[in-house]
Design a protein around this ligand. Structure first.
Ligand SMILES: [Zn+2]
Length: 371
């Protein structure tokens, strides 16, 4: 029997439905998956069979529940057989991690970016990825996919990095450069996904930490650059040209200090790392971070707000000042409780771990375009 394209898509959708149910609630049985998904028991059995064979799922103990009926076997996402690699290209640092399908960090490497030209960057990244991949191979973990977070606006429709001011990149056709460097470094051919590093950082929280308790989240990353990753209605929101969330270049003061982007008075000139270093008390930059968080909150009303990046690690008091500022604005408008702000679960690895999560974000949403 031949399988048509439509049938392939239906199968991928159904597989993603089961995987997403198990990511939300670990240990479900086939019968529970059938009840929750609305698929027939025989369809679920067939799909689970395939997912077990492909290393996505593993079986746990069989239990009788209340002792009635046939024993049912608990199913879990397999954390041992398939792995993801995530890369963060920061302004002067490269971070590469391998993670399991449920987000445990298996191995991580960090290196100073030697030459920031696109070609040299890809070459250095590929060498680090090859080392991480060798570690996966020793563990017997098969590489499933690779994601890269870049410090600029990336357009997924064209695959082009349009603008990364702090790297000096404009209109870089990044994916072919990266894939060819990976091949030269001996890394097996796997899907390569790319996105802005604030977007990937948001996915580290959304895919691995949030537990799908709500379907919206904003992650604000504060380093040399300042950006926001926005998840709305269960999907990364990147805008028409991939520039959504470029809050570092939202203007807080007309005619203010000159920014790396060429405009004046951008948020980055108030609490970008280079500006914070010039303040007598860098924590006071948190007032402007709080102002930006407030504006994001009034625009999107997200379920979760997370802050991360090197400035939040270096100046933890800045996060407190930002939270207080946000609480003050909420109070002034009589809105209670004020939204809470938490710090990144993966710390400085958020963007790299989230780049790995980007692979899952696409695969588990086969109807959302690129996958
Ligand atoms: Zn700017």
């Amino acid at each position: 029997m031949t399988t048509t394209g439509d049938q392939q898509l239906v199968k991928r959708i159904n597989r993603s439905v089961l995987l997403r149910l198990l990511r939300r609630q670990d240990g479900l049985s086939r019968a529970q998956l059938a009840a929750l998904s609305g698929l027939t028991k025989s369809t679920v059995s067939l799909l689970v069979q395939g997912l077990l064979q492909d290393g996505w799922l593993m079986e746990g103990d069989a239990s009788n529940g209340l002792g009635l009926g046939r024993p049912s076997t608990a199913l879990h996402i397999d954390t041992l057989r398939r792995g993801l690699i995530g890369v963060e290209v920061a302004v002067d640092t490269l971070r590469v991690v391998s993670v399991s399908l449920t987000g445990q960090v298996l191995c991580s490497l960090e290196a100073t970016l030697v030459d920031a030209s696109p070609r040299a960057t890809c070459k250095q990244v590929a060498k680090l990825v090859a080392r991480i991949h060798a570690d996966l191979a020793v563990r017997g973990v098969q590489l499933h996919g690779l994601g890269v977070g870049l410090p600029g606006a990336f357009d997924e429709a064209t695959g082009v990095l349009s603008f990364a001011p702090n790297l000096g990149w404009r209109h870089v056709d990044f994916v072919p450069l990266m894939t060819s460097a990976l091949t030269k470094a001996g890394v097996p051919t796997v899907p390569v996904h790319v996105q802005n590093e604030a977007d990937t950082a948001a996915l580290s929280e959304y895919e691995f930490t949030n537990g799908a308790t709500n379907d919206s989240l904003i992650f604000v990353t504060c380093g040399v650059g300042v950006g926001a990753g926005i998840v709305l209605n269960d999907r990364l929101f990147t805008g028409v040209q991939g520039m959504a969330g470029e809050i570092g270049h939202s203007i807080l003061q007309p005619g203010g200090a000159l920014c790396s982007c060429g405009r004046r008075g951008c948020a980055e000139t108030f609490f970008g790392e280079r500006s914070l270093a010039k303040l007598a008390d860098p924590a006071q930059g948190g007032q402007y971070l709080g102002l930006v968080l407030h504006n994001l909150w009034t625009t999107f009303n997200p379920g979760t707000i997370v802050v991360g990046g090197s400035s939040c690690v270096r100046y933890p008091a800045m996060v407190d000042v930002a939270s207080q500022t946000l609480a003050y604005y909420a109070q002034s408008a009589g809105i209670t409780p004020a939204p809470t702000v938490r710090t990144a679960s993966y710390g400085l690895l958020a963007a790299a771990v989230g780049a790995a999560a980007l692979v899952l974000h696409h695969e588990l949403r086969p109807m959302h375009g690129r996958s």
